[in-house]
Design a binder for this molecule. Structure first.
Ligand code: BES
Ligand code: MN
Ligand code: ZN
Length: 535
């Protein structure tokens, strides 16, 4: 669909595309393909599904809930192999709990057999996480992989295959071994339901795997390599040629014309200019009203003049995880040609201390005309989101708006790394987001938007201030953001500061978790229109 601002975009796009080339010229260490957003080489296994019994040899993966499963799951193995497996499982006292593994060598003609537990009552997400554990365990095995999925539903085989790809993710972006890496052997899933599993995996599962890798890569990239213009260029590259997609980029003059003083204020302390990226994707047969996803995209958060302590400041290269997730979800949906109408908005800026940076006590004017007293330049996420939501409110007629942000340390104090914080005044929207999170194992915990948070952020010089007292830090931030969208529009805020990244575990390496890419993909596909506010 043509849009009036596409012309303004064209100029900004040219600039944006030139930027990464410059970074390469400066020897930033990234390959040409990587800096344009396309992985240099396939990093996960090519997947296929078959009903044919496998030829023995190579790596075998065997997902099991119990020893009794061997009869169906491993029907294509020999009687002797099944008996040897049963003996090995018994002598190892294997628990069959979800994500537990047992690796066996020297059994039959197989180089290695990896048994993965499924627990007693596996769900779709259990198969996906078991697949991820297997994918990660076999990451350094170059050979082909056979997965025995006999007796499992088609969805289980497809989810396991998605997991294999997700688990195969590496964050060693700038190591010599990453550049030298060869494509690993293929993965073949053996199942009577091969055709149905294939239909579920392609294109949707494949799109989720590649979009998750995109989101994790861009989050893991340091801020000297990924800054607002590069984020835009990589999103454009990831969506090049995708049907139903149009991309709009607001550069600094465009944002000045619109009066986006809050987003521009955050960006003005950096040598790297801010951007607002808008990705529209409308699939065939999709509804007229879009679901709008808005992401905080601070490519690095030093805190600005209210500078952060140096310990762990490097993690703030991932302060654009919200923007990465909303963009990743749009990539997943567009690549899968999902029948949805979605718009992803990334509010991109770098928060730096500088002679031109905003100061505490400065007053900024957002696009909706509200004035903001700066209490802390480190409460910058809500500032960029204020203008992004004002823009959404003024320009779009959304069915719902969900913003995603690494917004506050306070949400980690409240919920740790078990849940992201969910804030909304619309119960029906909360239900749909919680259901999506539950389905994909990205849990949300709803926290209040108490009216008193409004008085916490009342200012004596401006309409509101960007930080409150000692109280509910995550709630105050959420309340602030809500001031920039019409209360009749169903809106929710996800504070993912505790979930966006973390240490390595059995499913992922250290760094970005790509948190909410899968949640948002699920949410947008299942979205049901929401009635007016209930509170
Ligand atoms: N990006 C941070 C929040 C954050 C903290 C994300 C830890 C991930 C891990 C955000 O911009 C910030 O600095 N928030 C302040 C807000 C305060 C100044 C009102 C915070 O949480 O301290
Ligand atoms: Mn900050
Ligand atoms: Zn931040």
């Amino acid at each position: 669909m043509p849009h009036p601002r596409l012309f303004a975009c064209a100029a900004a796009c040219v600039l944006a595309l030139a930027a990464p080339t410059l970074a390469e010229a400066q020897g930033a260490g990234s390959t040409a393909a990587a800096s344009q957003g396309v992985a240099a080489k396939p990093v996960w296994r090519a997947v296929s599904f078959t009903t044919e019994a496998p030829a023995a040899g190579g790596l075998l993966v065997l997902p099991l809930s119990s020893e009794a499963d061997l009869a169906t799951r491993a029907a294509s193995l020999t009687e002797a192999e099944r008996a040897a497996l049963a003996r090995a499982l018994g002598s190892a006292d294997f628990s069959y709990d979800a994500r537990k593994t047992l690796s066996l060598r020297g059994l039959g003609a197989w180089d290695m057999i990896l048994v993965v537990g499924l627990g007693e009552t596996p769900l779709a997400k259990t198969y996906q996480s078991a697949g991820a554990v297997a994918g990660r365990a076999l990451m350094d095995e170059p050979g082909a992989v056979t997965v025995l999925a006999g007796g499992l539903p088609a969805e289980a085989a497809s989810e396991f295959a998605i997991g294999l790809g997700l688990g195969d993710y590496r964050s060693d972006l700038h190591q010599a071994k990453a550049r030298a890496r060869k494509a690993p052997g293929a993965a073949t899933l053996v199942s009577e339901a091969a055709a149905a599993a294939e239909a579920q995996y392609r294109p949707r599962g494949e799109a989720i795997v590649s979009a998750m890798a995109w989101a994790r890569d861009i989050s893991n990239e340091p801020a000297n390599i990924v800054y607002p213009e590069v984020f835009v260029a990589r999103a454009q590259a990831a969506l090049a040629g995708a049907a139903g997609v149009s991309i709009e980029v607001l550069d600094v003059p465009a944002m000045q014309r619109l009066g986006m003083g809050a987003l521009l204020g955050v960006g003005q302390g950096s040598e790297r200019p801010p951007r607002m990226l808008v990705i529209r994707y409308r699939g065939a047969g999709a509804p007229a009203a879009p679901v709008v996803l808005v992401g905080k995209g601070i490519t690095f958060d030093t805190g600005g003049i209210s500078i952060k302590p140096s310990t762990n400041m490097g993690n703030m290269k991932m302060d654009m995880s919200g923007a990465a997730s909303v963009t990743g979800a749009a990539i997943a949906l567009a690549r899968a040609r999902a029948p949805v109408n979605v718009i992803a908005v990334a509010a991109l800026a770098e928060n730096m201390p500088d002679g031109r940076a905003i100061r505490p006590a400065d007053v900024l004017t957002a696009m909706n005309g509200k004035t903001i007293e700066i209490v802390s330049t480190d409460a910058e996420g809500r500032l960029v989101l204020a203008d992004a939501l004002s823009w959404v409110d003024a320009q779009l007629e959304p069915a719902a708006v969900v913003d995603v942000a690494t917004l506050t340390g306070a949400v980690r104090q409240a919920l740790g790394d078990e849940y992201a914080g969910l804030f909304t005044r619309h119960d029906a929207l909360a239900d749909q987001l919680e259901a999506a999170g539950e389905a994909v194992d990205e849990p949300l915990w709803r926290l209040p938007l108490h009216p008193s948070y409004g008085s916490d952020i009342s200012s004596t010089i401006a309409d509101l201030k960007n930080g409150g007292g000692e109280g509910a830090g995550a709630g105050t931030g959420a309340h602030f953001i809500g001031e920039f969208i019409d209360p009749d529009i169903p809106w929710a805020h996800l504070d993912i500061a505790g979930m966006a990244y973390g240490a390595a575990d059995d499913m992922k390496p250290a760094g970005s978790a790509g948190f909410t890419v899968r949640l948002l993909e699920r949410f947008v596909r299942d979205f049901q229109p929401i009635a007016g506010p209930e509170t």
